[in-house]
Design a protein. Structure first.
Ligand SMILES: C[S@@+](CC[C@H](N)C(=O)[O-])C[C@H]1O[C@@H](n2cnc3c(N)ncnc32)[C@H](O)[C@@H]1O
Length: 267
């Protein structure tokens, strides 16, 4: 059963984000335990954003769950998580499939995008679905956004839609840099055939390909190299239209990829 620790009204995570600002939607959360999954409020005096900037914060709401025989953080409301999902949220349109429910934050923000007509969320874990429902994450949305969302319990690597998917937002991983992420994506896309794709940490995985191509950390990285790498994947990846995307990828990689030489070769 749910064991809610904080008050019924919950906590607005924006109050913990300090000097980090976002226009994206944030629900209130409460602490609790659902099977092997829990939501916790943790103190955190600083946080690094995805693009490398440091922020002063006071805390974070964190989703902990089972991972490789231990409990691990799967999602938290921190600058890095918000910045690393906002390109996909902004580009979502039509019928959007979100793979991985987590705290429901990404799916909720996809539903808030007026270009999105419907959101199908695929999640394999019943306790995750139960916790998002118990917290009323989607019930806090404006009614027009709430009405767009359907949650399906299934394996994102096997699930097939019954209809056209205009955009796919994939986030089923607990770790940014995950061996075989490209293989996972190809399996998803073989089943789903989405017109456009954005996945969590795609910038770091494109950086992996850049490192592989050069056999080292590239000393420079520009838009032409980025476009060539994206084309080489054969996947319809959403590419941020701002001219400094390649530079920002290189900066994100400095903070969020492993330091060991040759990490990019791990399979
Ligand atoms: C990192 S969290 C998603 C966080 C989410 N983007 C958010 O905004 O809160 C990953 C989620 O994917 C789910 N997941 C992992 N592997 C899966 C699979 N094969 N099929 C479906 N869901 C999966 C996990 O249970 C977890 O809920």
């Amino acid at each position: 059963m749910n064991d809610l620790i904080a008050g019924d009204e919950g906590i607005d995570p924006r109050t913990m984000l300090g000097d980090f600002e976002t226009s994206l939607w944030l629900p209130r959360f409460r602490e609790g335990q659902w099977g092997e999954w829990s939501l916790r409020m943790l103190p955190a005096t600083a946080a690094r954003g995805y693009w490398g900037r440091g922020y002063r914060t006071t805390g974070a709401v964190m989703l902990m769950g089972p991972f490789a025989g231990n409990a691990a953080a799967w999602m938290s409301i921190v600058p890095m998580e918000i910045e690393s999902q906002e390109i996909g949220i902004a580009a979502a349109h039509g019928h959007t499939v979100v793979l991985g429910l987590g705290m429901g934050w990404c799916a909720a923000n996809v539903a808030c995008n007026p270009a999105v007509e419907r959101v199908t969320v695929v999640e394999r874990d019943a306790d995750v679905i139960a916790l998002v429902a118990a917290l009323g994450v989607f019930d806090q949305l404006p009614a027009v956004a709430r009405a767009k969302i359907e949650v399906v319990r299934d394996d994102a690597l096997r699930w097939r839609p019954g209809e056209r998917v205009d955009s796919l937002q994939a986030d089923i991983w607990a770790r940014f840099v995950t061996p075989r992420k490209w293989d996972d994506l190809r399996r998803m896309q073989d089943n789903i055939g989405a017109a456009t794709i954005y996945f969590w940490g795609q910038e770091l995985e494109l950086w992996r390909l850049a490192c592989r191509a050069q056999g080292r950390v590239p000393p420079a990285f520009d838009g032409a190299e980025l476009s060539a790498l994206v084309a080489s994947t054969g996947l319809p990846l959403i590419i941020d239209g701002r001219p400094d995307y390649a530079l920002r990828i290189a900066e994100a990689a400095r903070w969020w990829t492993p330091q060991e030489d040759g990490w990019w070769n791990a399979e």
